[in-house]
Design a protein around this ligand. Sequence first.
Ligand code: SF4
Length: 287
Amino acid sequence: MTDSDNPNRAIAQALNSWRQAGLDQAPKYSPSMEANLGQAEQGAETPSPATEIIQNVETQVPLVTEPVPKTTQPSLITTPNPTNASSSFNMTDNNLIESSDPVEALAMLQKRVAQCRLCKVLPETRTQTVFGVGNPRARLLFLGEAPGADEDAQGIPFVGRSGRLLTDMIEKGMKISRDEVYICNVLRCRPPQNRNPLPEEAAFCRPFMEAQIKIVNPEFICCLGAVAAKNLLQTDTSIGKLRGTIHNWQGYKVVCTYHPSYLLRNPPAKKDAWIDLQLLMRAMGLM
Ligand code: SF4
């Protein structure tokens, strides 16, 4: 197995390179990162400049160890996830932030994502990073694959044809507003020619994905397509076999269905996607 095939190894490389470089000026990926990783491990006793940056950020954004109160009006779609409410998630142990205010935490994370140049190619080919959109306290989070051309141009996930279909799935199918859910992707930069994310790209971007999920702290996650499902659940199982079951990822209930772009290419599969949405709606108490 190569390092590219080992997401944990790639994440460790990414995190150490971030720490060495100062989090706001993360370097491009290069083979020298491997050597840097070894140096970082050997020099673990010495606080790095990034540690000071982390401490500064933690001072500005207090970490929380108690359940985060969600202050929006109760609704069927917006409720805290008690399973994860007390989970510890902070800059020190995962290089990312938990603020008492998810709006503030997401804004800080988005700023960092906009500066990210960890992947080899994507920072050169993207128009801009595409972070996420929706209710920062959503009960349901949709996870897609990566931005396409429309998303890259507008900086918002799921705004093209597949985005319109996703909106219909949410609003006409599930009878809830798109504004009530949160939507993000495995990658925050568009791959050239809309190719699938490379394993190392998904690994580099995973801390951002996990941070978004944990800041929003939804009760349910709906993976849209094989790339999202396999990356989140860290499995090689096909999307066909992942459908029909409510999976557990770190306490979050996960339902997998087809990506809207696949449904546009294969309209007969829409009936299967509707079955998946009904499974999700039943689990959420929406039908
Ligand atoms: S895809 Fe993610 S990790 Fe790669 S450059 Fe973009 S933001 Fe950074």
